[in-house]
Ligand binder design. Structure first.
Ligand SMILES: C[S@@+](CC[C@H](N)C(=O)[O-])C[C@H]1O[C@@H](n2cnc3c(N)ncnc32)[C@H](O)[C@@H]1O
Length: 249
């Protein structure tokens, strides 16, 4: 579930050819960063089971299958790799709640505006950020995500990217997203002192400063933590669904 992100310098994760050849070699399934069991509290808090969900860059993860087992009714999965989409169509053809389409997140014009309540991204913006033309690709992808979200809907980004590298892309006035941040340790993380329990609840949002940074006194127990950015598309009629003590970026 955890893979070394320094490999970003070695592989072109933004390239369809890279992913196609990787999926040809790696049959089976793999969930990057975290499994659904760890993400469930966040999904259930922000994403209604009856809503239409878009999973961008689904890969061969079992996340969507686990969500269906947990009651989610309609998950559209897309990926740039035709190899993995064909595999997933074969694997999940018997589950009507799961649909799969080959598509580039930078151009999702197949879907009409405001057609999803939620967009889930586990490692896909990260992949684009490792590719060529990273800033342009990220802006194209996030522009499309924003277009596809209904007002009040959420983009849930699960990433290794801390606020210094992700907030500048997410906190654009044109998106008008209210951003709530959670930080969870990587699976299997044990504190260096050998003690496994922490007084910290990872289910509590982490406040951000006005500049969108972590507070100066914030202690990151696991240096390789994962960050969950819940970005809610606001307009003047939307009720804020985030935690009342959370600061707006
Ligand atoms: C790090 S993997 C994450 C896979 C899966 N979401 C998970 O959590 O295990 C990134 C995925 O994004 C896909 N991807 C990369 N660039 C893409 C693009 N421009 N459009 C759609 N999918 C893309 C890759 O094919 C790959 O399956």
């Amino acid at each position: 579930m955890y893979r070394d992100v320094s490999a970003c310098n070695t592989y072109n994760y933004g390239d369809a050819l890279y992913w196609n050849s990787r999926y040809v070699q790696e049959a089976g399934s793999f969930d990057w960063y975290q499994r659904y069991s760890a993400l469930r509290p966040f999904a259930r808090k922000y994403i209604p089971t009856s809503s239409r969900v878009l999973m961008v860059g689904c890969g061969n993860a079992v996340m969507s299958e686990d969500m269906v087992k947990d009651g989610y009714e309609d998950i559209m999965n897309i990926d740039i790799s035709s190899v993995v989409i064909d595999m997933m169509k074969r694997k999940y053809g018997y589950i009507p709640q799961l649909k799969y389409m080959q598509m580039d997140v930078r151009d999702m014009s197949f879907f009409s505006d405001e057609s999803f309540h939620s967009v889930i991204d586990k490692g896909t913006l990260d992949s684009l950020m490792c590719g060529t033309n990273a800033p342009i690709s990220a802006a194209q992808m996030l522009g499309e995500v924003s277009r596809l979200l209904k007002p009040g809907g959420v983009y849930m980004l699960i990433t290794y990217g801390d606020p210094t590298v992700r907030i500048p892309h997410l906190n654009r006035p044109v998106f008008n997203w209210k951003i709530t941040l959670y930080i969870i340790p990587r699976p299997g993380f044990e504190r260096p002192d050998g003690c496994c329990s922490s007084s910290k609840s990872f289910l509590e949002p982490v406040p951000l400063t006005e500049k969108g940074l972590l507070p100066a006194d914030f202690v990151l127990e696991d240096p390789d933590s994962h960050y969950i950015y819940v970005c809610q598309k606001m307009d003047e009629t939307i009720v804020d669904i985030s935690h009342p003590t959370m600061q707006q970026v």
